[in-house]
Structure formats: C-alpha cells, structure tokens
Design a protein around this ligand. Structure first.
Ligand SMILES: Nc1ncnc2c1ncn2[C@@H]1O[C@H](COP(=O)(O)OP(=O)(O)OP(=O)(O)O)[C@@H](O)[C@H]1O
Length: 247
C-alpha cells in the first residue's frame, strides 16, 4: 500500500552530544526517507545512533544541522506547543516496556491519547481498534491481568487510536519471548498491509527486522546499507560485518 509519499524525511542530519573533547557525533549526515505505508527496521551495532535517529525523526530531539520533515512539517521551526500537538496527532510510539498506566484498564489506556488531545473517545472506535489487535475480549482488564504480548498489543492499539501518520517503535519485542514477538511483529506487518500504516522500528533482532519491508543499517551515525525485503539470515550476515569484534 506504499504510495511513494515521504511521511518522514531526514536531510543531512547531524546530531552531537556534549562538547570539546567529550563530544560524541551520534548522527553524521543522515539522508533517509520513510514513505507512506512502508515498514522499515533500523539496525546497527550498539551506539551506532539508532535511538538518536528515532528521537530526531519523531521531533523529540533537536538536530544540530540538517532538516527533518515530519508529516509535512519541520519540528525545528515549530513552537513547543505546536510540536506537542504534532506528536499527539500525527505520531504513535511503541516502547520495549509497553508504558501502560497500571491503574487503567486496556480500554482506558487506549482512550488516553484521545482524551489528552481533547477528543472525546467514541466507544465503537476504541472497540474497533481493540478488535484490530485481537483484544476485544480483554478491554476491561488491567495491564497486570494481561500477558506481555497482550500488553504490547494494548500499547499498539493506544498508538493507533489517534490515526497517526507514522508509528515509531523502539525495540517493541525486546521484552517478549520469541513466540509472542512473532505475534506482535505479524500484527505490525498486518497493520502496514491492511491500513497503510507507516512504521519505523529500531531493533537489534534480525528476525524482527525480517518482518519489515526494508532494513536500514547505521554505523557510527551514518547509513551504510539498506536491504529490501530482508531475511533474518541476510540481516544477521550484514550485522556481523558491522559489529566490532571483541578485543
Ligand atoms: N544524552 C546523551 N548524551 C551524551 N551522549 C549520548 C546521549 N545519547 C546518546 N549518546 C551517544 O550517542 C551515540 C549514539 O547513541 P544511541 O543511543 O543513538 O545509539 P543506539 O544505536 O541506539 O545504541 P543501543 O543499541 O545501545 O541502544 C552513542 O555513542 C551514545 O553514547
């Protein structure tokens, strides 16, 4: 369902932390676009800049040089309030640790982004998105009454309920066992195929990357390779050449 429109694009993006001798160049001239309806895995060794890329692409962190365009807007040129609204309305996030509110039911967690955006949640919309993640029968359960995979599916429903242009996922299966991970990844792939959702996922796991339509490889803050329709074996082999051998 990819339509060739870039939902997120980074042009010559540089991001540095610290200064002087302690300065770290986290992103070193990144040019990268994420088109509508595509599922991209961002891979690379530890410290290569994956999380920084996600933070900058999502407008959560400022870039030092270059430009990010996110859903047609440049977050660097927006006020803090406008950036908050952009994040609330156009972006969904999924995290390794789910980040659900423990005292709220699955339904109330899913309703939360709508309430924060001042949009009264309609029961049928929330029911539909819970059914989309196969949790129609768990709506009234607390997170503590759900398995890890079910909690991550609530988090996905919560990320989808506002109809975001792009979903950013940071190691979404990092806290799940392999079978549950496969279920969550299959769900993410289905959301892309059926809803035309755009997903950008940071992962260490070649099997997770194989669910994406493209794997992008970072090393020392630079994009060094891309693989279309990646297989777990192909990704693992490419990663093996990027990882620094232990001394
Ligand atoms: N807030 C910060 N202050 C200083 N340096 C930072 C900060 N955040 C990240 N870095 C540095 O920037 C570089 C890129 O970090 P980043 O977290 O983006 O890498 P990563 O590929 O996501 O790593 P990992 O896979 O280990 O999570 C690293 O050298 C890191 O130490």
């Amino acid at each position: 369902m990819a339509d060739g429109r870039a939902v997120v694009s980074l042009s010559a993006v540089h991001k540095r932390y610290g200064s002087g001798a302690n300065q770290v160049v986290a992103l070193d001239g990144v040019d990268l676009s994420f088109h509508a309806g595509t599922f991209t895995a961002v891979m690379g060794p530890s410290g290569s800049g994956k999380s920084t890329l996600l933070q900058c692409a999502a407008g959560l962190d400022r870039v030092d040089d270059g430009q990010v365009l996110l859903a047609g807007a440049d977050p660097a040129r927006m006020s803090e309030t406008a950036r908050t609204i952009l994040r609330r309305e156009k972006i969904g996030f999924i995290f390794q640790q789910f980040n659900l509110l423990p005292s709220l039911t699955a339904r109330q967690n899913v309703e939360l982004p709508l309430r924060l955006a001042g949009r009264p949640p309609h029961r049928e919309d929330v029911d539909r998105v819970l059914a989309d993640v196969s949790l129609g029968d768990r709506a009234e359960h607390l997170p503590s009454e759900l398995s890890g995979g079910q909690q991550q599916r609530v988090a996905i429903a919560r990320a989808l309920v506002t109809g975001p242009e792009v979903l950013f996922a940071d190691e979404p299966t990092g806290a799940l066992d392999s079978r549950t991970s496969r279920d969550v990844l299959s769900l993410m792939r289905r959301i892309v195929a059926e809803r035309g959702q755009t997903i950008v996922m940071v992962t260490h796991d070649p099997i997770a990357a194989s669910y994406a339509g493209r794997a992008v490889f970072l090393a020392d803050g630079r994009i060094v390779d891309q693989i279309e329709d990646p297989t777990a074996e192909g990704v693992a082999a490419r990663m093996g050449r990027l990882e620094v051998p232990p001394c």
